[in-house]
Design a protein around this ligand. Structure first.
Ligand SMILES: Nc1ncnc2c1ncn2[C@@H]1O[C@H](COP(=O)(O)OP(=O)(O)OP(=O)(O)O)[C@@H](O)[C@H]1O
Ligand SMILES: [Mg+2]
Length: 255
């Protein structure tokens, strides 16, 4: 899900996971209205990483287990899926580290990665990630891409909200929101193509070619700089390079 700040992405996310009842229409999982489910029965199947991550004043393990009974095997499994196991082992008391009020024993990026493990804990079927890479470094970003790939391979449904083009390489479809309305929805490349600006892309290509006569193929010079830099790093990077130039929404929200 993409769109400028205030477009309504987080609002829609809250409706999708049942936190906010839909004011119009309905959110259905398989054919059942999400608000007809007993929240306690539905909870274990839905993972939600909110934009403003809040962790509980408890241990890392208890946070990942969502304050329920800690099943150590499931906690480690979720942490590994989220690519955060090694980072947790480096904490002073590992999984037993108390993270304190507001989770301030952890950095912003560490909190976001523990919250990702919490979102994928157990047998989640729907995972909603609201700007999961906002505070991540390159290692965290790679772990996130890997987690999304694994969740997809296991047949789980993932909705990810992002302002950053890298993560779009992992998705099948894009929903573009503007002013609380759906602007576009469909296969990723088709939707993103509608937001690229051919004149700008052509201009960039020309500039790149005149500055770097020995630059690689024009196809890579038109891709986002970070995707181009990664283009030799493997299949995931190739997918990144396949993402067209930045959607206009993303460019606008950065200004
Ligand atoms: N509880 C609320 N009551 C009324 N309006 C709200 C409420 N929460 C958010 N809004 C408004 O709804 C609009 C959409 O907010 P939302 O948080 O969904 O945007 P967003 O697309 O996630 O933006 P960002 O990219 O900055 O996170 C904003 O104008 C916001 O002020
Ligand atoms: Mg938001």
């Amino acid at each position: 899900m993409i769109g400028a700040s205030g477009a309504g992405k987080s609002s829609l996310a809250r409706a999708l996971v049942g936190v906010w009842p839909a004011a119009g229409g309905a959110v259905r999982l398989d054919t059942a209205n999400i608000n007809d489910w007993d929240p306690l029965a539905l909870g274990p199947y839905v993972g939600y990483l909110p934009q403003d991550v809040e962790l509980f004043d408890a241990s890392v393990a208890e946070n990942i287990a969502r304050l329920g009974a800690v099943d150590p095997e499931a906690v480690v499994c979720a942490a590994k899926l989220a690519g955060v196991h090694e980072m947790i082992l480096r904490l002073p008391d590992g999984y037993d580290t108390q993270i304190g009020t507001g989770g301030h024993a952890l950095s912003g990026g560490q909190r976001q990665r523990v919250a990702l493990a919490r979102a994928v804990y157990g047998d989640v079927r729907l995972v909603l990630l609201d700007e999961p890479n906002a505070f991540l470094d390159a290692e965290g970003e790679a772990a996130l891409a890997e987690a999304i790939a694994r969740l997809k391979a296991e047949g789980r449904t993932i909705v990810v909200i992002t302002h950053r083009p890298q993560i779009l390489a992992s998705v099948d479809r894009v929903l573009a929101l503007a002013h609380g309305q759906v602007k576009n929805f469909g296969p990723r490349d088709e939707v993103l193509a509608a937001y690229t600006r051919p004149a700008v892309v052509a201009g960039r290509q020309q500039a790149a070619q005149s500055k770097r006569p020995q630059a690689d193929s024009p196809a890579t010079t038109s891709a986002p700089a970070d995707a181009a830099a990664d283009r030799d790093a493997g299949p995931a990077a190739a997918a990144k390079a396949a993402v067209p130039a930045e959607p206009r929404f993303i460019q606008r929200s950065r200004r």
